[in-house]
Design a protein around this ligand. Structure first.
Ligand SMILES: [Ca+2]
Ligand SMILES: [Ca+2]
Length: 65
């Protein structure tokens, strides 16, 4: 398993294959303190190519490249 996939799976805590703003916020909070709902949503929106408010693995891979 490559690092990017491992990182994606670590953020996708319910394992449905999508990172939501909620999951993203939780992952950031553990590593770097407080993140507001709107900040988490803004970051998700940045990576979200197809506008479904979730980040799938392809979008994630493109975002962190
Ligand atoms: Ca998920
Ligand atoms: Ca998406």
């Amino acid at each position: 398993m490559d690092d990017k996939r491992a990182a994606f799976n670590a953020i996708d805590t319910d394992g449905d294959g999508y990172i939501t703003a909620d999951e993203f916020k939780r992952s950031l909070q553990t590593s770097s303190g407080k993140v507001s709902d709107s900040n988490a949503a803004a970051i998700v929106a940045m990576a979200d190519d197809n506008g479904d408010k979730k980040i799938d693995y392809n979008e994630y891979a493109k975002f962190v490249r």
